[in-house]
Design a protein around this ligand. Sequence first.
Ligand SMILES: [Zn+2]
Length: 424
Amino acid sequence: MNHTQNRDQSERPHPIALATLIGRELRGYKTEKPLVCYGHAGLAKRGEDYFLIKPDCQRIPGNPSTSFSVFAIFDGHNGVSAAVFTKEHLLDHVMGAIPPGIGREEWLHALPRALVAGFVKTDIEFQRKGEASGTTATLVVIDGLTVTVASVGDSRCILDSNGGTISLLTVDHRLEENEEERERVTASGGEVGRLNLCGGQEVGPLRCWPGGLCLSRSIGDMDVGEFIVPIPHVKQVKLPDSGARLIIASDGIWDALSSEIAAKCCRGLSTELAAKLVVKEALRTSGLKDDTTCLVVDIIPLDHSNLPASPRKHRNKFKSLLFGMPQNSFSKLTNKSSSVGAIEELFEEGSAVLEERLGSNIPSKTNSLPYRCAICQTDQTPNEGLSFLLPVSKNWEGPYFCSDCRRKKEAMEGKKSMRATVSR
Ligand SMILES: [Zn+2]
């Protein structure tokens, strides 16, 4: 299953927003999108791995020049319903959290926050169904040379640049391997320990109790504590002019192969063959112990000699103008900009504190009602308990949450139980 995305730029022009025009002016405009080719391979043992391939999404529906691609893997546990639900709804929830009518640069800048809102909203809605099961979620959005990855759980996305640099775009949310997450779970009221056999013998990986899950973040999982949160680690990078290859795979692959071996064993092969070879190599190394799913995506610029250098300072000033936010709101974006080989790191954040991830809401109408919930995107009017949401002081710039989403937030922080309020 190969696909190419090569846009015909001679198509009928569309009305262009002023913001878009200014954005193009500031960075130098490039019309050609890189080719995005992909391949998929997988072997099922339990049948709980799901994946999503959407190469033809559009920021502005009906306008092919605003296209972007989405790839995702959902590795379910204790049943498939969380993985199926997340596959069906996560992308819509993420896109629904991006303000409409903004240009490409602003859209890319809003994406990390929208990913957090979309993941949490998907978890809240799945839990409302009252069904068991949970899932990892690794969602990759490719727009031109900008790659944004959001993930909870232990599926992984690696990047192999043509210069030979292999980097990890996700963080493993396994209690066994993530000390920071163990501390967070314990501080929120969870207990972390191994399975205790009769006789007191401890076996297996570190798990969180109640529930016994090995992961510290997931979507779903009603039967474990709320401190197993759906808040994703998000990383956004700009690829070098020469493009790169992404390998997105479930833990069935990564338990058998290191990032280096997975990347190196399939270099030079087409994406379809590469995906098959990675799965085959994992099978050869460890046997079929778990579901294994692998997506290989090549991002190939058509003519990389034309790519302009990005004037970052100007772009950031422009963003703060557009969003009406102070320059220091973007400190995480600018301070972390650094070169990893030729890969430009634009954004990285993994905090489980929602206020740190959602910032102040992008106002739909500046300084006027209604307030929009930063998670579910519903508008709150004064008659709907807005006094609960009003800022405590004029300087308060935190995100607004509706009462349901606020309850979810407090439950995740270990402040109160969510059970009675979410199942309805
Ligand atoms: Zn809400």
